[in-house]
Design a protein around this ligand. Sequence first.
Ligand code: GLA
Length: 665
Amino acid sequence: MFTGKVPHIIYGGDYNPEQWPEETWAEDVRLMREAGVNLVSLGIFSWAKLEPRPGEYDFGWLDRILGLLHREGVMVNLATATASPPPWLAKLHPESLPVTRDGTTLYPGSRQHYCPSSAAYKECAAALVRRIAERYKDHPALAMWHVNNEYGCHVPECYCDTSAAAFREWLRERYGTLEALNEAWGTAFWSQHYSEWDEILPPHTTPTFANPTQQLDFRRFSSDALLDLFEMEKRILREVTPGVPVTTNFMGFFKPVDYWKWAAREDLVSQDSYPDPADPESHIGAAMVCDLMRSLGEGPWVLMEQTASRVNWRRRNVLKKPGQMRLWSYQAVARGAEGVMFFQWRASKAGAEKFHGAMVPHVKSEISRSWREVKQLGNELKKLDAMQGAGGEAEVAILLDWENWWALELDSKPSADVRMLEGIYSFYKLLFEANIPVDFAHPEANLSKYRVVISPHLYLVTDSSAANLNRFVRDGGKLVMSFFSGIVDENEHIRLGGYPAPFREMLGLVIEDFTAIPEGETERIETQDGESYACDSWLDLIHLEGAEVLASHTDGFYAGTPAVTRHAFGEGAAYYLGTRPEEEYVKSLLQRACREAGVEPPLEAPSGVEVVRRKSDTGSFLFLLNHNEEPAEVQVSGRDLLTDARRVDGVRIEPFGIVILEEQR
Ligand code: GLA
């Protein structure tokens, strides 16, 4: 449990009372009670109200709403309010505004208009955070801190002169000497050698491909610059309120920010989730994000934002169907969430988000289906107290390293179409459909608790991640690695010695060369049993060095060469996919690896029924989530937690319905 102050599954949302006259607040808290709300995130975008002029603070309204919430038993996830600076900051300090790669200044008038390295922003933000923390440190409603908001969502990097100077400082820290930097960046190429530190710039718009290591380092720097901002606020909060948990809301697989580094510095991980109801696979992507959050925080996390009905920022914003909001909320709980929150509590009547759904919609609550669902969910979640602290049971991990992701997707590659998330999803989807639980892991993490590790396009590997994967297999693990892995080191220099040099011995093969398969074209592979499958995207020219062939190419000048291999190595085995075969084939390969490793789903379920188990020392809970628009039946028994713990044998799950069973221990 994150905080003894909210001894239940957290339920609530972003609350922006500053957008409403105070008379509305009384209705707000009444409705919050009706909906079972126990926590609200307060004041996220209220800097301009709290500090209308530099150094002139107005906390009166915040005092009053905090008091009211406390009297009504609603706890507060208090924001540090630094996400959107007030207009006066840009007026006083125009240099605090961020600049894009092509030199465009981003002006005030929306939000997040600050350069992450701006001294003025940092100073003013730090002063505000200290004020808020000092003022409310003993407030009985204060349950946790919501630092800033979605760091980097609009401005993940800044190219202004201040950022350039901060980048150079960061580089000095990393490399110590210019010689080391020149070496790492490979500046002998294209006459890029630097003779003075101040010649170095961020990778602005350039005539053609910018130096890849410069680009990679700028990504590292930009992620760190945002992390420094978080750390700056956290230091103040720790000093003033040592016992109050600190979080900042993540955005799933958000490329610009290395969440492994961030999660390690948070007290709890929280996440904003907006799957598109128009996408029939969006619940799979959402599950993948939940698994990432549980993995990042190594345990329970909070769903900090979702919409009750619809967002406003897609081209066409589709409503969640009846039951879908509830179903997707339970999916998060099944996968480790101990809080279900929304953006936002009451739908705005003005501003850019007035068409975004909210717990309390514009229409009268009596006719609102989404409000009814919000109330139902809040009151149901109260029955799940026993769930708190229960974890997952994944024995399969998919590797994810932000630095690899950045490097993989830099320009000037054999193919621009090898994308990290597509690679991850192609495996995740099949495991999801088989109801096999999955964690995400950093390639340098301790992998010993996993039986199967999947390594999609692990292009950039450090010496220690290479050693780690070799060790994992040698010690008995089953590894499934896909093409374009083990190619460069952390400086984006080719690892010489035959591709993929650090994994050559483990995989029992060497790759002579690779070719992209032209867009829209496919090649064919044939398994040892004579089954034929299509493949596309990429093709490795593989020479065997001990591996066994599982499938070979049948056409072109590579006919007869290996496409998919398996190599027994130490106590374990490494599978290698030198191309992208169609789904059916990858499915059978994963089944084989899982079977070999003794990994099984919790139970057999009809297609479209998600089955997830959460377990603790005191209980085991089976979630059955029906993503179909028809009812589904599953043969399983246990105590039904949501229908007052009746014992059931065999369950029928309504369309978009859910059943949670407490299993016999
Ligand atoms: C993000 C932000 C919120 C809001 C929602 C809208 O998650 O954190 O402030 O803008 O998006 O979907």
